[in-house]
Design a binder for this molecule. Sequence first.
Ligand code: HEM
Length: 163
Amino acid sequence: MHVDLGTPVNTALFLYILYSVQRIVFPSTSKPKTVPTEFKGGYSWKPKSHPPTVVFKTYTPKMLEPFNGEDGGRILLAINGTVFDVTAGRSFYGPNGMYGNFAGRDASRGMAKQSFDIEMITPSDQPLDKLDDLSSDEIENMKGWYEHFANKYIICGKLVNEA
Ligand code: HEM
């Protein structure tokens, strides 16, 4: 195969390939001045601190309640005994969100009955909702929501009556 380096396009491409190859063979190891937000610079640097981790915990309704996002902090909610960190969905569950009633609460009944009315929420000083009056369709609906949340958010604990 004959490659004609004579044309300006081919010369430019050749120089670009040479440059790319030397970037691969001799990667830049200089330390970035600020912590990069992307991994463009490779892994030759160490972040200043470990990224935040989520610890699986056991929550009672009282312990869950403060995580309602009102202070701008984390937002948790529970479905069928599983606690999800829904902070990423602040527009849904934050103080002005359409589903703000679920924040810091057991959302099982509301998910089952497709309602975000306050009557769906068991007060946090009462025992957990046993959900035993729900129809099988409602239970299925709740499970559908559970799947949605499990695919989208991080499971960070379980909800129990007593810690
Ligand atoms: C007026 C009727 C309703 C409208 C217009 C509406 C609208 C929406 C919209 C636009 C989304 C966002 C979808 C997305 O971007 O993924 C959403 C998600 C959602 N809706 Fe509704 N909705 C309504 C009723 C309800 C009811 C009654 C419930 C009660 C359970 C509900 C629970 C949810 C939940 C849990 C999500 C998922 C949020 C998330 O992914 O974190 N919605 N809705």
